[in-house]
Design a protein around this ligand. Structure first.
Ligand SMILES: *Cc1c(COP(=O)(O)O)cnc(C)c1O
Length: 350
């Protein structure tokens, strides 16, 4: 009789909350539809698409559109089936048997998941009490522990806090490891290392189309790095990882710079409104929760009764995330933010 190995026995499929019909502030998606121009272009292109042919393994048009939007050469870009896939590719290619990788907890759970499946040694570093990075300590521990791959998100999911770029530079320069800098939320902040990626031979920057760009359904992520690293990623990824429909639609959307800029501003406005309202509520209920100073498209709250608040909101038809000891609330449409704030006040008044 066949028996699953011990590793597989401990895993269960990822099952996001079944939030059909609810107010969805749980997954940090954009609340905006794609621009009509891009959709019209794709409908037209679909008619000409050769569905019997494999996609372009280099996703060249798509990488060019991404490079143009962010001002970097297309040669230094690899596209993935979501940045999730690129994380898996990086773990499988850049870690050898028995080698160590490090995360800075709390952080995006996919990192440790991939390390676990890869059977790599996990060095779980921690943030300071106020969720900042102690750069000197991180460098020291990574080097003492012989860490080969350090991965973290900036701004961070789930804390929403951004680490200033001078500090990230110091970290990248200080460690003897490949640094995977996940900038999934950097469209909402201004501390990107993208413009200077060429200066580091140990840096891979990840970006995604699932947040500010508003295409979570298409599964598009990107890695940006120097040529030696990019060629290595190209060589280790599966050849046809990004399907032709996603390549087409992604290209069309990334070429619409002014539409993207408009969407980004709309999301930032939603964040300002949500944050302002949360600050007001925090002042009215001193000590009940603490709002972290975020720079993403979500707000992060610390509170002792996070799980109870999560369940209360769920019963009110509002889905948020309770993870890493934080309550994470995605910025939504004005009426969604309002519904959340009203429910929160009702909970605090109980
Ligand atoms: C949402 C998110 C991603 C995006 O993953 P995709 O696979 O591109 O959808 C990556 N990293 C972090 C930290 C995220 O929160």
């Amino acid at each position: 009789m066949y028996e699953l190995n011990e590793k597989l026995k401990t895993l269960t499929p990822y099952a996001p909350a079944e939030a059909e019909g609810m107010i969805r502030l749980d997954a940090n998606e954009s609340f905006l539809p794609l621009p009509e121009d891009a959709l019209a272009e794709v409908r037209e292109a679909l008619g000409r698409l050769e569905f019997n042919r494999y996609p372009d393994p280099g996703a060249r048009e798509l990488c060019r559109a991404f490079g143009d939007y962010y001002g970097i050469p297309a040669e230094n870009v690899v596209a993935g089936n979501g940045s999730d896939e690129l994380i898996t590719v990086l773990f499988s290619g850049f870690l050898q048997k028995g080698e160590a990788y490090a995360t800075i907890e709390p952080d995006f759970s996919m990192y440790a998941f991939n390390g676990f499946v890869q059977e790599a040694r996990h060095v779980a570093l921690s943030k300071t009490a106020d969720f900042r990075l102690d750069i000197d300590k991180l460098i020291e521990t990574c080097n003492n522990e012989n860490v080969k791959l350090l991965i973290f998100s900036n701004p961070c999911n789930p804390t929403s806090i951004v680490c200033p770029k001078e500090e990230v530079r110091r970290l990248v320069r200080g460690v003897n490891a490949l640094v995977v800098l996940d900038e999934a939320y950097m469209d909402f902040s201004d501390q990107s290392l993208l413009p200077e990626f060429e200066e580091y031979d140990n840096l891979v920057i990840l970006r995604t189309c699932s947040k500010a760009i508003g295409m979570a359904a298409l599964r598009l992520g990107f890695a940006v790095a120097r040529e030696e690293l990019i060629n290595a990623i190209r060589a280790v990824k599966s050849p046809y990882n990004v399907n032709t429909v996603s390549q087409l639609l992604g290209t069309a959307v990334l070429q619409g710079k002014s539409e993207l800029e408009k969407a980004r501003k709309t999301i930032l406005r939603s964040r300002e409104e949500l944050i302002a309202e949360l600050r007001r509520i925090e002042a009215g209920f001193p000590g009940r929760f603490h709002l972290l100073p975020g720079e993403t498209n979500f707000a992060a709250l610390t509170l002792p009764d996070g799980e109870a608040l999560y369940r209360f909101l769920w019963e009110q038809g509002i889905a948020v995330r309770h993870t890493g000891g934080l309550l994470r609330v995605t910025c939504g449409k004005p009426e969604e933010n309002k519904a959340f704030c009203t429910a929160l006040e009702r909970y605090l008044q109980k």
